[in-house]
Design a protein around this ligand. Structure first.
Ligand SMILES: [Zn+2]
Length: 167
């Protein structure tokens, strides 16, 4: 019997890819745990409270809270409620949104030193109800504007923004 001759040929690009590529659509479900300190902080936000912690060694009052002091390397377990007012530590006037769209009205992300926390300690949020972005200054006093209680979810966005405080 004569052997059957099978002639090969070059693969076309799509054939090549079909041979090498596997289509796979993972259904990646996951849950993220905020951890003890941040979890309690977020629970506080849901109740309209900004919670901080105090290190019993260096006495610094920290927000957002953390489970240990990064300077003293000791656990932190003393909690306190801080005010929902603060001072602009630094800010930026951004005409580009988080999803990279041009904005007519700028967003003003800012680091806000929360009243009651140690100097230089603050949270990153944004400013709102600003009549003219040119008037935003470092050292400006601001106050949190909260979501209505029923709409809060225990997220940093339970604070809508910080607005300038009249002095
Ligand atoms: Zn400390």
């Amino acid at each position: 019997m004569e052997p059957k001759v099978i002639r090969g040929r070059d693969l076309k690009r799509d054939e090549f890819e079909k041979a090498l590529k596997v289509e796979y659509h993972p259904e990646a479900r996951y849950a993220w745990d905020a951890g003890y300190a941040v979890g309690k902080f977020l629970e506080g936000l849901k109740q309209g409270k900004i919670l901080g912690v105090r290190c019993r060694r260096c006495r610094r009052i920290l927000v957002p809270p953390r489970a240990f002091c990064e300077l003293c390397f000791v656990p932190i377990d003393e909690w306190l409620e801080l005010k929902d007012t603060g001072t602009v530590n630094t800010f930026s006037i951004s005409y580009v949104s988080m999803d990279v769209k041009r904005l007519e009205e700028p967003e003003i992300p800012a680091v806000i030193e929360i009243d009651g926390a140690s100097p230089g300690v603050g949270i990153l949020h944004k400013l709102g109800e600003v009549d003219d972005p040119k008037n935003v200054k470092i050292g400006m006093k601001v106050k949190a504007v909260w979501k209505p209680e029923k709409e809060r979810t225990g997220a940093i966005t339970d604070i809508l923004y910080f607005k300038p405080l009249e002095e």
